[in-house]
Ligand binder design. Sequence first.
Ligand code: HEC
Length: 465
Amino acid sequence: MAAEPQGSAHPLAILQRNCVRCHTEDKRKGGLLMTNRDALLEGGDSGPAFEAGQSGGSLLIETLFPDAENHMPPKGQLSPTEIETLANWIDAGAPWDAALWDKLRLSPLDGPVTLTALPPAYQPVFAVALSPDGKTLAAGRGPRIEWLGLTPSADGKTLSFTSAGTAEPGPDPVQSLAWSPDGKLVAAGSFRRVTIWDAVTRQKKAELSADLRGRVSALAFTPDSKTLLAADSVDAASGLMLNLDPATAKITRTTEAHRDTIFAIAVSPDGKKFATVSADKSARVWAAADAKPIHTLEGHTGYVLSATFSPTGDRLATGGDDEVIKIWLLETGKQVANFGGVRTGPVTALAWSVDPEKEKQKAAEKDPEKAKLINTDRIAAVNESGQPRVYSDLKEHEGEQTSTGARERNFDAVTGEELTALALDPATRRMFAGSTRGSVVAWEENGKIAVKSEAQAAPLAQAKP
Ligand code: HEC
């Protein structure tokens, strides 16, 4: 497709790419609508975002600087040139070309983008992945992958992080990570890039950086480690699910899964089904063999941010921007449980495992009818309010009744930080999460924080040779 001259440098393209998805009719974050000039001029909850012709002191421009209190976009950083482009545009009276706006919306492939280095203070952790042997955690911190050795204390009751080096897949923040189930490879996704690393030597083995449209917002390996699934996302425009050969990082199949960002990809334990969840408020379940859609699951009232299959593979849990977790029965595609929703914050990641105590109880119960009633599910969730939770005793239902729920246990909160990613060690049931402030946190099974590692001051500068 032909590139729009100065396509990505155009102020409307900057708004389109970085801002509009949260400032649409259905989202309207901060009360601000950005889909047309009048609405933008009207402003949001704090009043006008700017006066046409006067960028100085305007709320819109101030939110863009790295140290802004309500930083926009919340999980990214515009380059100084982009900020200047927007300021000049406001100074020029904020002219609005509706035809260009529509064209930009419909054609995400607008040629190469110039990448700028991230400010050293901006080191969000958007992704973590645990090695299958539970000994190493990979965390994306800003543009780097950090390898953290997990060293248990002498009594085995707690653990510490040991820094085991870093890798730099590229200049943009790492958005997604996946560790292959055979333990051999780690895949990292960032803007228009997938890199594949040898998990032992930590050397880069393969890279895909052509043929991608946007952010690699999710990654997952199939259980046999032979396929890597990658989500290639452009906000409000496209969400492609790519099958890659992990040895070469070559694309073997492209599926147009959604018309908006894909926030998570989950693979069923038997590898026969994939699930994608999206900003389009739906979750979709796919047959792995031919990428045919099996179900489109609708019910969340906002972005669907997270997904995990049950250990038996018969159900899918999804978590949303609507702060709710829903369980779907895959045989029918019907929702069978719904919980959360009490100011938990958007549910950014989920992990479903089996509660070993309940499993023992179930095995010991002689009466098969009673055994059937013992629910062994254990769903861990992290959210933007910094409060991890574990749900058990799930109550499921048929049909539309509402008396569903789950027993809920709060883990130690990480106050003031938005938790973004989750990895669970099935052996110890330790939980690992990252935050937008750059922390990596581990919790013991009892809910206590075992160790927290914070972003260091200006490591980018130190990393330079
Ligand atoms: C991921 C969602 C998201 C994206 C992307 C995003 N915003 Fe926001 N925006 C928000 C939220 C949430 C608020 C409300 C913040 C608050 O009040 O605490 C907000 C508030 C604002 C406000 C203040 C509105 C008011 O009147 O209070 C401005 C101005 C703004 N955003 C501009 C931008 C610009 C410019 C971009 C792109 C560079 C952008 N936003 C991208 C979520 C987003």
